[in-house]
Design a protein around this ligand. Structure first.
Ligand code: NAD
Length: 259
């Protein structure tokens, strides 16, 4: 049985009730995990109250700001986990960002600034968070990130984010290799397209969803809850033999040769 009782999970990347991270948090909670939640702070503090209100029913015992581009904030996050929890079992990395101009038009037009920003927030951040989690996962753990097929194949408009996802998927393999001897597993879930704040920045996301609904083996797209259920499985001891993998939760779209 899927049972996460006694496990502590840190969930990053909840912005609103459409976020994939929200679907994951709900499934982890349902399986009995104790939750810590982070939000992206900004000058107008748009997310703090929103994320606090949304997640309150899941009783998170830790609620912290985390902008992965702010090293001090990330250090404080892991220091707080060490002080309050002592250990960490599950880390959910469910965040990405690329400027609008990096997600449309000619790929070759991307500026160095936009390219590096996308890679920094969307790929390097996994390494950064895994480094913070490593000493806290003293009796093993599970690190899970979110990727997309656009990191393996060319998808219209995904552009720079595709490069970031390719780097992210390779990060998963190098981290799995390094952390495996400590019984820390590192895996990615490659989700099919879902309408969220982040995905609406990708040009033509609705067309992508309709296309998946037309040709994927299951003839539909996937939900945040389905991605969340796979994350709960990967976080559990049922997945104890799985590391370094990219698991597709995409209604089967990835297998289609004439998709
Ligand atoms: P979302 O907008 O709900 O989540 C993206 C999150 O990234 C937000 O919570 C945002 O606050 C956070 N974020 C952005 N910059 C950050 C920073 N500097 N520091 C910390 N957090 C930051 O959208 P989502 O679609 O749920 O995205 C979650 C993950 O799922 C992303 O990695 C995305 O690429 C991936 N994904 C999404 C889809 C999809 O179709 N929606 C498909 C496959 C993979």
């Amino acid at each position: 049985m899927l049972d996460l009782t006694g496990k502590r999970a840190l969930v990053t990347g909840i912005a609103n009730d459409r976020s994939i991270a929200w679907g994951i948090a709900q499934q982890l909670h349902r399986a009995g995990a104790e939750l810590g939640v982070t939000y992206l702070p900004d000058e107008r503090d748009r997310f703090r109250q929103k994320v606090a209100d949304l997640t309150a029913p899941l009783n998170p015992t830790l609620f912290m700001p985390c902008n992965v581009q702010n090293d001090t904030q990330v250090d404080e996050l892991f220091q707080t986990i060490a002080d309050k929890w002592g250990t960490l079992d599950i880390l959910i990395h469910c965040l990405a960002f690329a400027g609008k101009e990096a997600l449309t038009g000619d790929f070759s037009a991307v500026s160095r600034e936009n390219f590096l920003q996308a890679l920094d927030i969307s790929a390097y951040s996994l390494v950064q968070l895994a480094r913070g989690a490593k000493p806290l996962m003293s009796s093993g753990g599970s690190i899970i990130t979110l990727t997309y097929l656009g990191g393996v194949r060319v998808i219209p408009n995904y552009n720079t984010m595709g490069i970031a996802k390719a780097a992210l998927e390779m990060n998963v393999r190098y981290l799995a290799s390094e952390l495996g001897p400590q019984n820390i597993r590192v895996n990615a879930i490659s989700a099919g397209p879902i309408r969220t704040l982040a995905s609406s920045a990708v040009g033509g996301i609705l067309d992508m969803i309709h296309h998946v609904e037309a040709v994927a083996p299951l003839r539909r797209s996937v939900t945040q809850a389905e991605v969340g259920a796979t994350a709960a499985f990967l976080g559990s001891d049922l997945a104890s033999g799985i590391t370094g993998q990219v698991i597709y939760v995409d209604a089967g779209y990835e297998i289609m040769g004439m998709g």
